[in-house]
Design a protein around this ligand. Sequence first.
Ligand SMILES: C[S@@+](CC[C@H](N)C(=O)[O-])C[C@H]1O[C@@H](n2cnc3c(N)ncnc32)[C@H](O)[C@@H]1O
Length: 220
Amino acid sequence: MTSAPSAGDARRLAAASLAAGDPTGWFEQLYAASRSGQAEVPWDVPAPSAHLQSLDLPAGDGRRALVVGCGPGRDAEYVAALGYRVTAFDISATAIDLARERHPGTPVDYRVADLLAPPTDWRRAFDLVLESNNVQALPTAIRAAAIHTVGTFVAPGGTLIVLAAATVRTDSGGDGPPWPLTRAEIDTFAGDGLQPVSVDNVGAAGTTLPTRWRAVFTRP
Ligand SMILES: C[S@@+](CC[C@H](N)C(=O)[O-])C[C@H]1O[C@@H](n2cnc3c(N)ncnc32)[C@H](O)[C@@H]1O
């Protein structure tokens, strides 16, 4: 029987990276170590997010979608199959290599990019933006900037989907990653002119986390 990937390698590398003052350097280290069989990437599973699928999104009809922190591409491929023109990015070059290798002939435009310094022409350029499980992997010091930047990608009339581990604590401290998001943090996605459509606290079956956020925002 194959066991589920553990969070141990991620937490060890994240702790060292954070201690060195580099809050995102560990992602590339983890993907690279995984590729050479020396670590496990705990979120690297083939199936698209069940919480994304549960939203039953309408057909894309060629509208533009952006998948933030796409990893090896499980959700980007799902959104593309719905008929969206998908751009998907990750800070890890190895993750983007894996995405391209695992999905030969994909219509998804996979890019290496940093959420905290994105291309300027992505501002208000996407009809659908997916932020799934990324902010929860970032320390609090850079979360506000990350949350703000995610919102800037949404075009007028567009939709932002946020999927994240949830906590009822008022701070998001504790062992991590992940560092689950508070309700207050979820609510801050509604900055920069975005408005909430729904914010649901849903079960997190099959994980060690109590519940998750499944939130939808729009830019009127
Ligand atoms: C916990 S993983 C989630 C991956 C994917 N969204 C999923 O649910 O399968 C977080 C991802 O965000 C990426 N990431 C972290 N910081 C980033 C940044 N500043 N810009 C772009 N991607 C980032 C990591 O490399 C990693 O692939």
